[in-house]
Write a protein that binds this ligand. Structure first.
Ligand code: CP
Length: 300
């Protein structure tokens, strides 16, 4: 693939290949082919996991990397994203990993068909897609269960503002999982009905294989609604409490893209509980991103 911008634009076999490659890198059955590609990482929104794990993946693949800090770059002088990227292309940068608040930021750039444009890797666009997070979630689920077909997956929380929810709901449904959603009803986007159905959180917890909690995206919630937000009420109504944890099967796993608002989405004591795979997701993020770099650099 020339660019990696939306997991849902890939065929099922392409997605499975990425999962298999990520796990092969993890298990050591595949060694990275060291190459001298040059990549720039541009994060216009804050990040710890995605930014760091792309950096680690790039180093493991032997890539040369440069960091662009949007706060000190010429985007602050009004330079467009397109001109910034073509400038990097003119300097010899072949790949750009980008997180940006604008949904679908990559579409007009790809449509330019400029020979100067680096290959684009989407590290998150607005509340659109987060394909590398979605891939690492798939890797984590596949490593655990060995399949997706028939798994009961519940996605809980701030569905409206989450790019993780949309990316995962779409691909998990395509791969044969039974997806349901819970959380504040006012944060349930009506178009999610195409991927699954909304159910109260306490319904059917004992049948779930995977329960995936989402961060409350305070930075995307209007100030007026922020004033009404109570962390205690949210946790009581939509969070993972000890009672809810105990209702889950022993084989069920708990996921969260992180950062976690402890005692909001998940009780502090349960973030690292036996059923939690939250830190394993982060570890798998490096291997998922190695598989992405491998795929985009073998596009010829
Ligand atoms: N899960 C995730 O995208 O985390 P960061 O915002 O820290 O990259």
């Amino acid at each position: 693939m020339e660019n990696f911008v939306n997991l849902n634009e890939l065929s099922t076999s392409e997605v499975q290949n990425l999962i298999d490659n990520a796990l092969a890198f993890k298990n050591g059955t595949r060694e990275p082919q060291k190459s001298e590609h040059m990549v720039a990482n541009l994060f216009f929104e804050n990040s710890t996991r995605t930014h760091s794990s792309f950096q680690v993946a790039e180093l493991k693949m032997g890539w040369e990397q440069i960091m662009i800090d949007p706060q000190t770059s010429s985007t602050k002088k009004g330079e467009s994203l397109s001109d910034t990227l073509k400038t990097l292309g003119a300097l010899g940068i072949e790949y750009a990993v980008i997180r940006h608040s604008i949904n679908d930021w990559y579409k007009p750039l790809i449509e330019e068909h400029s020979p100067l444009m680096p290959h684009l890797i989407n590290a998150g666009d607005g509340n659109g897609q987060h394909p590398s997070q979605s891939l690492l979630d798939l890797v984590t689920i596949y490593e655990e269960f060995g399949h997706f077909d028939g798994l009961n997956v519940r996605i809980v929380g701030d569905l409206l503002h989450s790019r993780v929810a949309r990316s995962n709901a779409e691909i998990l449904q395509r791969l044969g999982a039974n997806v349901t959603f819970s959380g504040p009803e006012e944060w349930y986007p009506a178009d999610f009905d195409q991927y699954g159905s909304y159910v109260p959180l306490d319904e059917g917890l004992e049948n779930l294989d995977i329960i995936m909690f989402l961060r409350v995206q305070h930075e995307r919630i209007a100030e007026m609604d922020q004033a009404d937000f109570s962390a205690v009420d949210y946790h009581h109504n939509f969070g993972l409490t000890k009672d809810r944890y105990d209702k889950l099967k022993d084989s069920a796993i708990i996921m969260h893209p992180a950062p976690v608002n402890r005692d909001v989405e998940i009780a502090d004591a349960l973030v690292e509980a036996p059923k939690s795979r939250i830190f394993k997701q982060m570890t798998n993020g490096v291997y998922a991103r190695m598989a992405i770099l491998d795929a985009v650099s073998n596009h010829e």
